[in-house]
Ligand binder design. Sequence first.
Ligand SMILES: Nc1ncnc2c1ncn2[C@@H]1O[C@H](COP(=O)(O)OP(=O)(O)OP(=O)(O)O)[C@@H](O)[C@H]1O
Length: 267
Amino acid sequence: MKIQLHQLSKSFGEKIAVNIPQLLIGDGEMIGLVGNNGAGKTTLFRLMLDLLRADSGSVLLTPQGDPHSLFSASPLSSQPSQSAEHSDLISKSIDPAKSEEWKRMTGAFIDDTFLIDFLTVEEYFDFIVKIQGLPPMDWNSSDDPLVRGFKEFAEGQIFDQKKFIRDFSAGNKQKVGIIAAMLSRPELLVLDEPFNFLDPTGQNFLKKLLLDYHRFTGATILISSHNLQHLVDVSTRIVLLENGQVIEDLANDNQQALTALNEYFKV
Ligand SMILES: Nc1ncnc2c1ncn2[C@@H]1O[C@H](COP(=O)(O)OP(=O)(O)OP(=O)(O)O)[C@@H](O)[C@H]1O
């Protein structure tokens, strides 16, 4: 999935939460979004997922395999072509604010409101795959590496618990939401602060799961976090927000973004 943000802005009263003139994300990029508290990370995700209406501008999603794709997956290819074909790309893309088509290609976990408290985990996962029109998951399948990854990440604390989601700990609810977002193997995965509430083992299993998911699906992945090390461990590119604006757009080959981030955050 390619993503194009164009003149995207959102304010709350006097506060400009997001103001991004242009940002292009290529197929299969793993974007780490960083920024201090209030920088606009969650607002940006909410705009992309049509949970908030922008004051102006647009989010355009181009599914994989679209022959009209014009910008490559290179992290730094962020300048769109000005050709006639460019407007063609825009006409072929999906605007989440205007169409529901993106939902079957997108998995997201922003917060607990994505969960259904009164269901068990198994009921919730069955519900998720059903609304995607997929067959029930075979949780005993040992030859599916993603199912193995989900179970490893679950650490024996999610499945067969015979309790409702509302009775799980914050960390285990987080695991349920993250697995649910990946269940249908969407080509766009958006996770807001997924490392929150996880114990150190869970954080490490999550990094492994994200890297495996990326390798197996080729999905475009967007993750926000305040944990710089985790982000540089998994991301191919790091976008730094300040007051709703992109102030750094860093390639992250061999964790090279870490020095710049440490300098910015004075760590
Ligand atoms: N519903 C809202 N009403 C009013 N102001 C809001 C609302 N949502 C976000 N904001 C404001 O927009 C700005 C960006 O908030 P946002 O939650 O997107 O930041 P963030 O980068 O995710 O922060 P954090 O790291 O603390 O989660 C903040 O100043 C916040 O107070």
